[in-house]
Every structure is written in structure tokens, then in C-alpha cells.
Design a protein around this ligand. Structure first.
Ligand SMILES: NC(=O)c1ccc[n+]([C@@H]2O[C@H](COP(=O)([O-])OP(=O)(O)OC[C@H]3O[C@@H](n4cnc5c(N)ncnc54)[C@H](OP(=O)(O)O)[C@@H]3O)[C@@H](O)[C@H]2O)c1
Length: 272
């Protein structure tokens, strides 16, 4: 009996975890055709790749980050790939007025919004916490408060379109690890805010989905956030893969599909 419990309970746990975190397979690229999407942190890395996927699927895309020259190139590439339209707004998410301005820009230029993809991340360090409260505050503003500000500004449009909010987070926002204290704190804050908000939406029958993406390590060539590397030394080894991000439609499908109203947490760390 004891042996059965030792095997059965972990097995049941694994099955439930798989069921809870699995992406549904009924995603179709047409679902994103003509949708109006904001992608933050889209000048490089995962955000850039998401913009290209959305472009291939024929979405209207508004991207943002600080580096104008990079954003210009991403917009050009999006148009080549088939975006219904592509534009950018450059600025820093340290400034909440800028975060709100990006949403207003979507309203003015796209006439509404179907999906808000919050992905940008400020630079932090990988090492013992150095006691710099100012750094924690700044990182909270970039990685957390600007997400909240954009969500609040975008909600009227998202309610109207019955749209989606996609929040790109990390394993470091689910489990505390050493050497990523400020970064981890900001990602935990995202989970607290968006998971609670999702519950409220459910109670209030607000038809806006919230998807929190829990990423393991992804080698984008350049990551400004403190991803533990090499990842095999850390407990989330099983979730660490070195891969080009978002190389399949399946992956973007997992990010939240505006035609589906269920909300979930997605672990995105599978091979392409
Ligand atoms: N890559 C991974 O292994 C990994 C693992 C777990 C979670 N994630 C999450 O995935 C998301 C994307 O990560 P990534 O690896 O693609 O990062 P990345 O390559 O460093 O890109 C970060 C993006 O954020 C922008 N950004 C940085 N500071 C900003 C600021 N103050 N204001 C506005 N935009 C700013 C950057 O553009 P500018 O510099 O031009 O502003 C860039 O477009 C992040 O939320 C990260 O936490 C990544």
C-alpha cells in the first residue's frame, strides 16, 4: 500500500501538472489574422520573434522598446513577412506615462486592441543581492508597474474586443533561486497581480483572458535579464532548453488565443 502511494501520488501529480500546463492543440494561424496586437520589448529576443510570428499570421502590430533603430528594422521585416500593418513607438517603460502612451497610440492608429503582449524586461545582474534598493525599485517599475499601467489603459479596449493579455514571465517568478533576487521579485509580482486579476475577471464575467507564460532558459543570443547559465546546475534543469524561441506556431498558440476565453499559465520550454 505504502509503495503504491509512493508511486501513485507522484504519478497523479505529474498527470495533473501536464494537463494544467499543456497548451491546447486547436490553434490556427487564421485566428490572429487581422488582430490588433501590441508587443512590448520587441526590438530583440523573444519579443522580436513574436512580432515576426504575428506578422506571418497577418496581424496588425504595434511594437515598442527603447532602441528606435532596431524597432525600425523589426517593423520593416514584419511588413515583408505579411503583417496587415506594423508600426513602432520608442521609449522607456521606466516612465508610466510612456507605458500608457503606447496603449493610446494603439487606440489612435488601430482603432482598438485584441491582444496585449507584455514581454519587456529591464537589465539586472546575476549574483548575490547587493542591497541596492534603488535598483529593485527601478526594476519593479520596468518589469512590473509598467505592465500594470498598460493593462489598466488597455482594459476598456480589451473588454470591447473580448481580447487577451499575455504576460511573459519566468521560472524565477515561480520558484526562488539564488543570484536573481531583484529580477525574481519582479516576476513574482507579475504572478500575484495577474493571477489574482484573472480570478476577479472570472467572478465578474469579464471576457478578457490572461495568460502567464512561464519560460525556462531560452538562448536568444542576448538576454539582458539574469538567466541562470549554465542552466543544468539549477533545479529547473528539466525546463531548460537552448533553442530559438518561438519557432513554431504551436508555441505562439500557447501564448493565448483571442478567440478562446480560457485563461491559464503556460510553461513554454519545449523544443521546437
Ligand atoms: N531568454 C530567456 O532565457 C528567458 C527566460 C525566462 C523568461 N524570459 C522572459 O522573456 C521576456 C523576453 O526576454 P528576452 O530574453 O527576449 O530579453 P531581451 O532579449 O533582453 O529583450 C528585452 C527587451 O526589452 C526591451 N527593454 C529593456 N529595457 C527596457 C526599458 N527600460 N523600457 C522599454 N523596453 C525595454 C529591450 O529593448 P531596448 O533595449 O531597445 O529597450 C528588448 O526589446 C522577458 O520578460 C524575460 O523575463 C526570458
Amino acid at each position: 500500500m505504502g509503495r503504491l502511494q509512493k508511486i501513485l501520488i507522484p504519478f497523479l501529480g505529474l498527470v495533473l501538472a501536464f494537463w494544467f500546463y499543456s497548451a491546447r492543440e486547436n490553434f490556427k494561424p487564421e485566428m490572429l489574422k487581422g488582430k490588433r496586437v501590441i508587443v512590448t520589448g520587441a526590438s530583440t529576443g523573444i519579443g522580436e520573434q513574436m512580432a515576426y510570428h504575428l506578422a506571418r499570421m497577418g496581424s496588425h502590430i504595434l511594437i515598442t522598446a527603447r532602441t528606435e533603430a532596431k524597432l525600425q528594422k523589426v517593423v520593416e521585416r514584419c511588413l515583408e513577412l505579411g503583417a496587415a500593418s506594423a508600426r513602432y513607438v520608442s521609449g522607456t517603460m521606466e516612465d508610466m506615462a510612456f507605458a500608457e502612451h503606447v496603449v493610446k497610440e494603439a487606440e489612435a492608429s488601430l482603432g482598438g486592441l485584441d491582444m496585449l503582449i507584455l514581454n519587456h524586461v529591464g537589465t539586472s545582474y546575476f549574483g548575490y543581492f547587493d542591497g541596492d534598493v534603488g535598483h529593485v525599485r527601478k526594476l519593479l517599475e520596468i518589469n512590473f508597474l509598467s505592465y500594470v499601467a498598460m493593462t489598466v489603459s488597455a482594459l476598456p479596449m480589451l473588454k470591447e474586443s473580448e481580447g487577451s493579455i499575455v504576460v511573459v514571465s519566468s521560472m524565477a517568478g515561480k520558484v526562488g533561486f539564488p543570484f536573481t533576487v531583484p529580477y525574481s521579485a519582479t516576476k513574482f509580482a507579475l504572478d500575484g497581480f495577474f493571477s489574482s486579476l484573472r480570478q476577479e475577471f472570472s467572478i465578474q464575467s469579464v471576457n478578457v483572458s490572461i495568460t502567464l507564460c512561464i519560460l525556462g532558459f531560452i538562448d536568444t543570443g542576448k538576454s539582458s535579464h539574469p538567466s541562470p547559465s549554465p542552466c543544468p546546475t539549477l533545479p529547473f534543469t528539466a525546463l531548460c532548453h537552448r533553442l530559438s524561441p518561438f519557432t513554431s506556431q504551436h508555441t505562439l498558440g500557447s501564448l493565448g488565443d483571442p478567440t478562446k476565453k480560457q485563461s491559464q499559465n503556460s510553461v513554454l520550454s519545449h523544443a521546437p
